[in-house]
Design a protein around this ligand. Structure first.
Ligand SMILES: [Zn+2]
Length: 504
């Protein structure tokens, strides 16, 4: 009784949450110090101390005010030095940029008008109506003259004969001159070059230059044309699903989203669940630029992983069609020198020409087990094996005590695994009240049946297909039995035969 009480108390304490324990513990309140001055003290040390404190307070306040004032003054000074007056150019009330002097903007207009005159061959359509407005601006906010020029171009109405680039028969972009068009294509062609390496490149599309009338304002600049020709169109390509692929994984590797994949592949979401199988072709986005560029880089040095191989091992414990990876191994790493080919900047590994290889670490092969056992169909081979091994035959087949013993009794330790004597289908698995106790009957589909009686455990169900040697139950002593043993029968068309004649 005493010990019980002790336990109870201990439990109670344990059950209290830390919060409850804290609530009970009250730390002593710190005593507030009271300043009590004797009248004499006030007159001498006390008053002096208060005066000193007041002086310190004043000093501190002054320091804050002084700091604030200095900050404001400094900021204003900075504003004055950083900002200056500039001129804003205006055409039809629209700003085209700000420069330090009117002359700078005028110079841009003069040079632009000269070019327009040269290209269009007439004085008309030049940029006129330029007005100025004084403006406060910080120096770094002056508009670069190239930007002023581009803003000004919009107000030219000049017509000229420009050069349109046709890609595979389609007009794509119009520039002011053929020279501009050629230089835009040259930039496109060389954009995937690797600095300091020997590179060659070609445009894979059919390119034509056609002279076409255009306005100076709408014709594209060289950089604008490069952007237009590099512009990607939505396109897709087929991806073949590999072992271990998931929709999410495919999306991530192709820099897209699962939703995009589902939009591109409506067949995937047709059912309730999304299923992708190895070998299926899934459309993945493959943005395609207007112009395709093939670049060859000679003697490129690349460090990359080397995929490992899988050693295939036959495994009888697996059915044909099944496989199991028992060791993943690991990839290697190598440094190579090769001529590589890039299509729109991405290497096509099929076109790689290997020149030199240096292994930095070797790949370690993995191991995969491949099933070789035929999938059971429930048809026996006609050849039987022992349902238990190492048993002692305690009673044979034949007449016994005035009747017939329909099988053999195999005495062995309780719980010993009982194996199907041949491949077949379970036609009975359960309790038999006629004396067999827990009984399994396997029909071998060829006229034979085998029976397994007095079992302590049944591991199979009626209708199940079992392979030869498969564990179906455990030795017991159920039903009409005097000790642990397996009563085993072989029957042909229902009539019991001497099992020993069928066992090896
Ligand atoms: Zn028996």
């Amino acid at each position: 009784m005493e010990s019980f009480d002790n336990t109870k108390t201990a439990e109670q304490t344990e059950n209290e949450s830390p919060a409850e324990q804290k609530r009970k513990y009250k730390p002593p309140k710190p005593k507030r110090k009271k300043a009590i001055y004797h009248i004499d003290e006030l007159k001498s040390t006390g008053i002096r101390r208060r005066v000193e404190e007041y002086a310190r307070e004043l000093t501190r306040k002054f320091a804050i005010y002084a700091y604030a004032v200095i900050s404001v003054v400094a900021f204003t000074f900075m504003l004055i030095t950083m900002c200056s007056l500039g001129y804003e150019g205006l055409i039809d009330g629209n700003s085209i940029g700000v420069a330090e002097t009117k002359e700078e903007i005028e110079a841009v207009r003069t040079s632009l008008n000269e070019e327009i005159k040269e290209l269009s061959g007439s004085e008309s359509g030049q940029v006129e109506r330029l007005k100025f407005r004084l403006k406060v601006v910080s120096e770094e906010n002056y508009t670069p003259s190239e930007e002023i020029r581009q803003n000004m171009v919009k107000y030219s109405s000049a017509m000229l004969v420009g050069c349109t680039i046709y890609v595979d028969g389609e007009p794509r972009v119009t520039l002011r001159t053929r020279k501009d068009a050629e230089s835009a294509l040259e930039k496109i062609k060389n954009q995937y070059f690797e600095e300091g390496m020997e590179c060659t490149s070609e445009i894979l599309n059919k390119i034509e230059f056609v002279s076409e009338e255009t306005t100076y304002a709408s014709a594209s600049s060289v950089d604008g044309a490069v952007r237009a020709l590099n512009d990607v169109t939505d396109s897709s390509r087929g991806y073949t699903v590999e072992e271990g692929d998931t929709l999410w994984g495919i999306a991530r590797r192709n820099e897209t989203t699962v939703n995009t994949l589902l939009e591109l592949n409506p067949q995937l979401s047709a059912g309730e669940t999304i299923v992708i199988r190895v070998g299926d072709i899934v459309q993945v986005p493959a943005p395609k630029p207007v112009v395709d560029v093939k670049t060859v880089i000679k003697d490129a040095v690349i460090e990359e992983s080397v995929p490992n191989t899988m050693i295939e091992v036959e495994d009888a414990s697996l059915y044909i069609g099944q496989s199991r990876i028992v060791d993943y191994g690991s990839d290697g790493w190598h440094k190579i020198t090769a001529d590589i080919t890039r299509i729109n900047g991405i290497e096509d590994e099929a076109l790689r020409v290997l020149k030199k290889e240096e292994m930095l670490s070797n790949p370690v092969p993995g191991e995969i087990h491949i099933g070789i056992t035929p999938v059971p169909k429930g048809i026996g081979s006609g050849y039987f094996s022992w349902p238990v091994s190492g048993a002692r035959i305690t009673s044979g087949f034949g007449p016994r005590w005035g009747s017939t013993h329909t099988g053999v009794d195999l005495a062995i330790t309780l719980g010993t695994p009982v194996r199907a004597s041949d491949e077949g289908r379970v036609v009975f698995a359960g309790w038999n009240s006629g004396g067999y106790g827990n009984l399994i009957k396997v029909d071998h589909g060829n006229g034979y049946q085998t029976w397994y009686a007095h079992l302590s455990k049944i591991y199979v169900r009626n209708g199940e297909v079992v392979s030869k040697g498969e564990v179906i139950g455990a030795v017991g002593s159920t039903g009409n039995s005097t000790g642990p043993h397996l009563h085993f029968e072989v029957r042909i068309s229902g009539s019991p035969k001497n099992p020993l004649k069928y066992l090896p």
